[in-house]
Design a protein around this ligand. Structure first.
Ligand code: ADP
Ligand code: MG
Length: 336
């Protein structure tokens, strides 16, 4: 079975009661190790299809099989896990975390990956990826100190940190000049030669020509393809295993989850220290909220105990409220 198999995929958006069909009966297969460009004009449904392929969005109908697993039948948690383990994303706008070093940006996906190995191991993997995209001397820079092309290369390194089998790139060169575009496309071709399956979304014919195969989409319908062209790179044969040069250091599940937890705490602490003002204001908000709740509870408790004391002062420990009892001057006459 092909690595990616889409059968009659449809996607409909309902906006203000009007339904718009954005993808119609998309049937497509992509083999392991292919480098495919998805081409189409603006609004043709490229991003919608990429979001379905990247498990970021669910199709309205049809079936999506990825590496032999039915993605359309998975729970949101399983899809998120699959996304983290098998997929890497590169976007037009880089989507790097500001005020976070290049190295920490690349390490970020591991915070959600329970089997990502020890911190030093992950760090050396991130460093080697950054060296590979030509940023070995920029590990501690912040994204704002880099050019667009450099930022996109950081995003590529981040997409590769979990050694994904499929790399999805949505207009990755849309914000880059032609020289930087060539550099980025060359990196994609190299990765493809090493066995990574790549889906590159673009509206630019020149960019698409770097791929081994072009799939065209128009108004949500995938057009029939012509005869296959020669591949851009010597891609791995279909269904060949993707080389995974580094161990992911799975180990014992309990140790893995401890490591994952530690990494999450580290990430949370780093985030807090980096945004001290925001953290202080959030804490102040929480303190005021909790104090208000405690005050309300105490006022309630105070009035309840004062009522109980009043009842006790009347020489009773129960207050009977009887239906239909006549009352005058605040005193009940009773009803029998
Ligand atoms: N969340 C959404 N809600 C409603 N319509 C959407 C949504 N996302 C995309 N669309 C519509 O779907 C069509 C295809 O969008 P998109 O997949 O982003 O196209 P492309 O990436 O090819 O430019 C557009 O007409 C767009 O307005
Ligand atoms: Mg788009």
């Amino acid at each position: 079975m092909a690595f990616i198999q889409l059968r009659n995929i449809g996607k409909t958006y309902a906006l203000g009661g009007i339904e718009t069909q954005v993808l119609q009966e998309v049937t497509l297969e992509i083999g392991r190790g292919e480098f495919v460009a998805l081409m189409g004009s603006s609004g043709s449904g490229k991003t919608t299809l990429m979001n379905v392929l990247g498990c970021l969005d669910r199709p309205s109908c049809g079936r999506y099989m990825l590496d032999g697993r039915d993605v359309t039948a998975m729970s949101p948690q399983d899809r998120a896990f699959l996304r983290n383990q098998k997929l890497g994303f590169v976007f037009q706008t880089f989507n790097l975390l500001p005020r976070t070093s290049v190295l920490d940006n690349v390490l970020m996906p591991l915070a959600y990956s329970p089997s990502s190995g020890s911190r030093p191991e992950a760090r050396s993997r991130a460093e080697s990826l950054l060296r590979r995209v030509g940023l070995g001397s920029h590990l501690h820079h912040q994204p704002s100190q880099l050019s667009g092309g450099q930022q996109q290369r950081v995003a590529i390194a981040r997409a590769l940190i979990n050694e994904p089998a499929l790399l999805l790139a949505d207009e990755p060169t849309g914000n880059l000049d032609s020289r930087t575009t060539e550099e980025v496309l060359k990196i994609f071709q190299e990765l493809n030669r090493e066995g990574v399956t790549i889906l590159l979304v673009t509206h630019d014919e020149a960019v698409a020509s770097h791929a081994g195969r072009i799939v065209r989409i128009r108004d949500g319908i995938v057009e029939p393809e012509g005869p296959p062209r020669s591949r851009a790179g010597a891609a791995a044969p279909a269904d060949a295993p993707v080389p995974r040069p580094h161990s992911t250091g799975g180990g014992h599940p309990f140790l893995s989850s401890l490591l994952g937890m530690r990494r999450m705490l580290q990430t949370a602490l780093t985030g807090l220290l980096r945004n001290t003002m925001r953290a202080a204001l959030t804490t102040l908000g929480i303190v005021i909220g909790v104090a208000a709740v405690i005050t309300m509870m105490e006022i309630g408790r105070g009035s309840s105990s004062s009522i109980q004391k009043t009842i006790a002062g009347m020489g009773a420990n129960n207050l009977l409220i009887l239906p239909g009892a006549a009352a005058s001057g605040g005193a009940s006459h009773g009803s029998g």
